[in-house]
Unconditional design. Structure first.
Length: 320
């Protein structure tokens, strides 16, 4: 079985076409309902005056909970189930400690600092409502482009790739893989995406809504859910089908579909691959130089390539 295959659409009988379109319709409605509800929950929290950290935690925890239940009911692949994944405890550690804690603390700290430099309001609800919507939209567009290029750089740079390789260190896709992010990868997002946005004068509110948007789309995009969205939806939003192509073990696929939310950016810069025409049969990274030991995963990016190779050979134990 090949890792990734380019496929052409076979001819189908009328009943098969109707079944496919019905599944695409149900998948599109379900996916959009999930994303919109997640954003709605975060909006409610902000309007009620919750602390932004609380908003992100509640939104993220709810998304994980729903995806966990949904994966039990409609899994994409039985052999990708998190219940049989020997790496799941490592995944959960990264989710709790780094994705939900360290990364959010970095971002919230940045927002707080710049809010003091450029005061906007005293409470969370005012922060999200007192800025012209067009400025927030422009800020979100800037963040989409900025994060696309940061992501593309990590895949192109041999020196900095290890910071991101942990996220691709997998042999299956499921909900807990969403937060398998090295803490320095999260810090780099703050340093090279959020801070420059604020330095050029974009509103703090743009980052707030951008983080809410990522919290709504990120978990389900990595989930093991049998969601077959229509081509028109895949073309404009990063659905699970779109992001699965990016996680394919074939390096040629891995450097495509880099945009976190809107694949139109990939189309603009020539890195778009249609999930309908590119079948993913295996995910992961080759060569796999990420150690299996959780604590070694935290420090291995800071060692040389030869040391990382020895680390994997010795099952995650870094040499002296």
């Amino acid at each position: 079985m090949t890792r990734c295959d380019r496929v052409s659409s076979p001819s189908m009988a009328g009943s098969d076409i109707r079944d496919t379109k019905m599944k695409q319709y149900i998948s599109a409605v379900g996916w959009m309902a999930f994303v919109i509800s997640s954003i709605g929950l975060a909006s409610y929290g902000l309007m009620e005056g919750w602390a932004f950290g609380t908003v992100l935690f509640v939104q993220g925890a709810t998304a994980y909970f729903i995806c966990i239940l949904a994966e039990l009911i409609v899994p994409y692949r039985q052999d990708w189930r998190w219940q049989t994944d020997t790496k799941v405890f490592s995944d959960i550690g990264h989710v709790l400690i780094f994705d939900q804690a360290v990364q959010n603390l970095f971002a919230i700290g940045t927002i707080v600092i710049f809010t003091y430099i450029r005061p906007v309001a005293n409470d969370a609800s005012a922060i999200t409502l007192n800025i012209a919507p067009m400025m927030i939209i422009l800020g979100v567009v800037y963040l989409e482009f900025s994060e696309y290029w940061r992501h593309r750089f990590l895949h192109a740079s041999e020196r900095f790739w290890p910071l991101h390789a942990l996220h691709h260190h997998l042999d299956r896709m499921h909900i807990f893989r969403s937060g398998r992010v090295h803490f320095m990868d999260g810090a780099a997002r703050v340093l090279f995406t959020y801070i420059p946005a604020l330095l050029i004068g974009l509103p703090v509110e743009a980052i707030i809504w951008w983080m809410i948007l990522l919290n709504a789309t990120g978990p389900i995009s990595h989930s093991n859910l049998n969601i077959e969205t229509a081509p028109w939806l895949n073309a404009v939003l990063a659905t699970p089908m779109v992001h699965r192509v990016h996680h394919a073990s074939d390096e040629g696929f891995m450097r495509h579909n880099l945009s976190p939310v809107c694949p139109l950016v990939d189309r603009l810069f020539g890195t778009w691959l249609s999930p309908e025409d590119n079948l993913v049969t295996a995910v992961g990274v080759t060569p796999d130089l990420v150690p299996t030991n959780f604590f070694m995963q935290l420090i291995y990016p800071f060692f040389s390539r030869s040391s990382r190779e020895k680390s994997v050979a010795q099952d995650g134990v870094l040499p002296n």
